[in-house]
Design a protein around this ligand. Sequence first.
Ligand SMILES: [Zn+2]
Ligand SMILES: [Zn+2]
Length: 288
Amino acid sequence: MRTGIFFYYQEGNRLRDFPNALEGILGRENVFFYDAFYPSKPASSFDLNPVSYEALLQVHTSEMIEEVRRAGVFEGALLSASGTVRAAEKIGRGEIDNAFVFTGYGDHHAGPDFFGGGCYFNGAGIAIQELRKEFGVKRFAIIDTDAHHGDGTWEVFRADPDVLYVCFCGYLFREENSNINIQVPSRVKDEEYLRLIKEGYLPKVKSFRPEILFWNWGYDGTQGEYGDIGLTPEVHIFLAKELKKIADEVSKGRFIIALCGGGRRDLAHYLIPRMIEVLAEVQIPAHR
Ligand SMILES: [Zn+2]
Ligand SMILES: [Zn+2]
């Protein structure tokens, strides 16, 4: 498996250990690193290019884009979404098989004409439009395991039967086209959560047969996080293995994990390298 890492670092604590915490992974011959910004590297050597204004307009209204500009977060929002879009393009061209996208801002609360909750542009939404236009990809799946409801992504794909969007959150919503919400109890054990995914999700994605799988991965439901629902850190790694297996089986391994909610630096440091190891099918000696 060839794995791309799309890296955007911005001010803040949670990603402060990166990219250093990827030591032992970045040197692998099947791992490719595309970066937009981090303090120790000269700007001339960045590999992650921002997407165009036209690309944003495929999902968002011009008024909404202007509001993001006025909020003073345009560049960070653009580069966060760009990681997911560039990952999708490289997968479309067959240059990589799967990807992990570091973001400064998430995307699942960003809808066609609204944003909130630290999300501004919908990276997965834009990536899907690009894959349709440039590569003729027809069927897509997005799984959202951030602790909160992905109201933005829901709205982007509400009328789109070719995108299976499944959101795991604490709320109850009626199914619309291929938008499905699976309600998670406000306190849940790992086994129960994994059972919800295995029974509530895996059969659906298998029968839908997407050509590429996106995972809106938030770790904010982990114990001690701001969206704590009682999950342990290990559940994310189990889940990564399950979803990778499904992507290998139904989507020729095409799989993008995009970082969503979660605030703790120690959890980012522990989890992200291990998630990437699952993608790249490597394990560095220190993690054995
Ligand atoms: Zn969240
Ligand atoms: Zn939801």
